[in-house]
Each structure stands twice: as structure tokens, then as C-alpha cells.
Design a protein around this ligand. Structure first.
Ligand SMILES: *Cc1c(COP(=O)(O)O)cnc(C)c1O
Length: 495
């Protein structure tokens, strides 16, 4: 199967090239030329398989230039020991209608692990296939979850180094502790004096610096990123939708062919887009409910067809969804507008005046597939409390946003379909918010101490990787001004 860019259809590349390159040379995102169809009998076959076999089978449909043994090796390395549950992504049933797909049983307790545990293995396999001999230096600025997941995913993976910058005061206590205690011989973590935007701007400047590229070349390295614009990060996400559906069939919660709805807490639009791709492959999914927080640029877009980032930015209690420019929407636009020229035009408008509109016909098509809802901060805490009181089940803030939006969708549309709600983080990554939702007195506690208090009150176990943080030595406590980021990257590349 070949891949092309959302901004020009001329150049075709293989899967290995798309993954090794990350972004297309014209700045666009890679898309597969087709979505392989899953028939009823394919789904039946997948239903009879275990998780690992399902993952290998679906990945193989897209990674046609990878040998099947290579794919299996990657899948086993990614989802083996690092996951604490018997299933890679277990499903919890709240009641006859609502099911929670837990995507946070990996080593960093957030759903980013689902893709970032696999991507490093896909990337090094892809580098072998295309004959890339240089070391990939993965550079990331993070507001919390992505940085830790990238560090853990690339930790000690040969021919790679990973370097993460986080804003000194811009990540949660647990997230900071997770990064400062990172192990591995090829990693580095640095706090920068400034906010997330400062760190992000610093990283972008380094990527755009031609002299930096030459210096990297001199030490046999090249810079690359691990964000969700890389096809290798989106693909693993398609797989878990298919696997979850098969699991519901295997568990006799639904019959093969039954249509279910999904609800996804959304930021960069990567997760929900993967759901849309699973649907295009023939998975019986109904509406894709896109859940947002107070930064509801996507809700407005799905309702009006007008994307407008000119609005205040709110730092909320679901920080991984605090995003005003959802990069993966560019892929969806390509499917709606069908012509690369029209996508390029919209992206230029977004970069220029921060706004674009899609035609009425495209909007109608969009609304057939997606529905948008949002939930504010108070509603998020209320949802955590309501679900705990009713089902003794503890949600994190991001999943709580999705739960609330799923309820809104059902009451507004009268839908009686079963709903799969995607759960993107362990509640113990955000203990301050969860405790206040449950009415637990913080009493000056934070981080791990607060996790223990929540566990004592609720009986929900703290995931082992978080519980173990207290015993790990702090390895990285360096703090630098943004002006020194480039020099830091070079020194690390040369080590
Ligand atoms: C990244 C993230 C999201 C948003 O996912 P997208 O693919 O960017 O839409 C939601 N919740 C959590 C906890 C995350 O880490």
C-alpha cells in the first residue's frame, strides 16, 4: 500500500518511508491510498483471536512493506511486559448502555502509550527497511502526557535518542515526577524557564534551523518528532477500536454486526480520527461523538462548519485537551474536501487569520459521521462524582468530559445504542482534581500522598508505575532558560 500527502498527491511513498519521514516534505500529513475493507467474516476471524494476533493482523493490512515477523516482533516488544492488565485495553461495563475502554494500562498510565509504545519499534524497523543509518534524535516539548510516553517508548531503543523539554511550572506534580525519574541510557529531560508555548517555540526553532541540521548530520544524527502527525502514531489507534469491538462480541455484550456509538475525549483529533478510519474499514460504528472541554473549538466547528481559533485559551482540569489547533483535523478535511488544493487553502487561512469555513455539503457529510459536545470544569468534577456514586467506578478528568458528553448526546438524540467511551488516563494522574470531585479534603496533600488517600477512600488501585515513583531516584532536575535549548540538544546528540 502506498501513502500520499494531504497537500499534494504527486509523491507516493511506502509505509516505511511515511513512518521514517514523519511529515511529508511539503508540510502535509501522510494518508494511505485506501482503507482496507473488513468483511463480516474478517471480523468474525478477528473475534476469535487474542489481542496480539488481532493487532498483528490489522497492522499488516497497512504495513505492506514490513515482513509479518517484523510486525509481530514490534507488537510483542510494545504490548508485552509494559502493560499491567491481561488485555492490552480492557473494557469496563458501567451498565447495559455504557462501556469504558481503558487505554491507560501502559507504563505511563495515559492513552499515549497505546501508540508510543509501538511507534519506536515501527520507526526503527522502518529505518532499517529504507536503509537509514543515522541515529534518530526525537525532540519533544510537552505539556505532560506526550513527553513521558515518548521517553518511556523510546527508552533504550537502539539507534534512537529522546530529548524532552517541559515548562518548569506547567505540568502536574505527578507528571513532573514521572519525567524526572525516567530511566534509560538514551534519554534526557530538561525543565525550561517559561510556559508550554515558550518550550514549544524553542523546539520549533530548533527543527527549523538549517545549521542545526548540518551539525546533527556531522555527528551521524537527524532530528525527528513523535507527535500524532506521524502515521505510525495514528495507525496503532485504529487497531484498538477494531479489537474493542471484537472483544464486545466475544464477551457476548453485542452480536457481530450490531452498530455501537463511540465517544472520545478529544484534543489533537488523533484518537477520534482513528475511530473514523476504523469505521471506514467497515467496523459497525454509528456516530462518533467528539467530546471537548471549555476549549470547544471542535464542538463549534462540528455544529457550524466554521473553525475559529481566535478565542481565549483556558487552562482546565483536563489539560491534555486544552488545544485550539487540532493538527489531525487536516486529514479529515482531506476526506471531506477531496482535493489537496482546497486543504492547502484552508491551512493557509488557519495560519493567517486563524479561521476557515467548509462548504455546506461538506458540513452535512461531517455531521452524518460526527457529533460535537462539550463539558466545562464544574461539569467534569460532577461527572466524576456521579459515576463513582452510581457505579463505584473512578474516572479521570478527560474521561469524565467524555462521559458527560455521551450523556448529553443520548438525551438530545434519544439514541438507545450502546456507547463505547474511550478512557484516556488513569484517575491517579490527576489526583488533585479527582480528590476535589469526591469531596476529599486535600489537607495540603498533593501527588502520591493524595493518590494514597484516594485509593484508601475509593478502593481503586493505584497503577504500579505510579505507585513506584516514590522509590525512584530523581535523575533529571536541570532547569535552563529557553535560549540554551539548542546548545543542550547538540551536546546530547554528540554524547
Ligand atoms: C492526548 C490526550 C487526549 C487527546 O487525544 P487526541 O488524540 O489528541 O485527540 C485526551 N486525553 C488524554 C489523557 C490525553 O493524554
Amino acid at each position: 500500500m502506498e501513502y500520499f500527502s494531504t497537500r499534494s498527491q504527486q509523491d507516493r511513498v511506502t509505509a516505511a518511508q511515511a513512518i521514517a519521514q514523519g511529515l511529508a516534505p511539503d508540510g502535509g500529513l501522510f494518508l494511505p491510498e485506501e482503507f482496507p475493507a473488513l468483511s463480516q467474516s474478517d471480523l468474525e476471524e478477528l473475534t476469535g483471536m487474542n489481542d496480539i494476533d488481532r493487532y498483528c493482523k490489522v497492522l499488516g493490512l497497512y504495513l505492506t512493506d514490513f515482513a509479518p515477523e517484523e510486525i509481530r516482533r514490534c507488537v510483542l516488544a510494545a504490548y508485552g511486559e509494559g502493560f499491567d492488565s491481561e488485555r492490552i485495553a480492557p473494557i469496563s461495563k458501567l451498565d447495559e448502555q455504557d462501556y469504558i475502554l481503558e487505554l491507560w494500562h501502559g507504563p505511563t498510565c495515559a492513552f499515549k502509550d497505546m501508540a508510543l509504545q509501538l511507534l519506536p519499534h515501527l520507526m526503527t524497523a522502518a529505518m532499517r527497511i529504507v536503509g537509514e543509518k543515522r541515529t534518530a534524535v526525537i525532540l519533544a516539548a510537552t505539556s505532560g502526557d506526550t513527553g513521558k510516553a515518548a521517553l518511556e517508548g523510546f527508552c533504550d531503543v537502539p539507534q534512537t535518542k529522546v530529548m524532552v523539554f517541559y515548562p518548569q511550572d506547567g505540568v502536574s506534580t505527578m507528571q513532573k515526577l514521572q519525567m524526572q525519574t525516567q530511566q534509560g541510557g538514551n534519554v534526557q529531560v530538561t525543565a525550561v524557564q517559561g510556559n508550554f508555548d515558550d518550550a514549544q517555540t524553542g523546539v520549533k526553532a530548533i527543527f527549523g534551523d538549517a545549521q542545526m541540521a548540518r551539525r546533527m548530520e556531522e555527528c551521524g544524527a537527524f532530528l525527528t518528532s513523535a507527535n500524532s502527525m506521524n502515521w505510525g502514531r495514528l495507525l496503532p489507534q485504529i487497531v484498538y477500536y477494531i479489537s474493542a469491538y471484537c472483544q464486545l462480541v466475544a464477551d457476548e455484550e453485542i452480536a457481530l454486526g450490531d452498530v455501537i456509538d463511540i465517544c472520545v475525549p478529544t484534543g489533537n483529533f488523533g484518537n477520534i480520527l482513528a475511530g473514523y478510519y476504523a469505521k471506514r474499514m467497515g467496523l459497525p460504528l454509528g456516530r462518533l461523538v467528539c467530546a471537548s472541554n471549555e476549549n470547544h473549538v471542535l464542538t463549534d466547528f462540528l455544529r457550524t462548519g466554521d473553525y475559529d481559533r481566535n478565542r481565549p485559551f483556558y487552562a482546565t482540569n483536563s489539560p491534555s485537551m486544552d488545544i485550539l489547533v487540532s493538527s489531525n483535523l487536516e486529514r479529515l478535511l482531506w476526506h471531506l474536501l477531496g482535493q489537496d488544493g482546497l486543504v492547502r487553502e484552508r491551512m493557509q487561512q488557519l495560519a493567517g487569520c486563524g479561521e476557515y469555513t467548509i462548504p455546506a455539503q461538506a458540513l452535512a457529510q461531517l455531521q452524518r459521521e460526527f457529533a460535537g459536545y462539550y463539558c466545562g470544569e464544574a461539569g467534569t468534577l460532577a461527572a466524576i462524582r456521579r459515576v463513582f456514586e452510581r457505579y463505584s467506578y473512578l474516572l479521570d478528568t478527560h474521561t469524565a468530559v467524555a462521559y458527560d458528553c455521551a450523556c448529553q448526546y443520548r438525551s438530545q438524540t434519544g439514541s438507545d445504542r450502546k456507547m463505547l467511551i474511550l478512557s484516556t488516563a488513569s484517575p491517579y494522574k490527576f489526583p488533585e482534581s479527582v480528590a476535589s470531585a469526591l469531596g476529599i479534603d486535600l489537607a495540603g496533600k498533593e501527588g502520591l500522598a493524595l493518590c494514597e488517600e484516594i485509593a484508601r477512600r475509593t478502593g481503586a488501585p493505584i497503577p504500579a508505575p505510579l505507585a513506584a515513583l516514590g522509590e525512584k531516584p530523581l535523575r533529571f532536575s536541570e532547569e535552563i532558560p529557553c535560549s540554551r535549548m539548542a546548545e543542550h540538544v547538540l551536546r546530547f546528540a554528540r554524547q
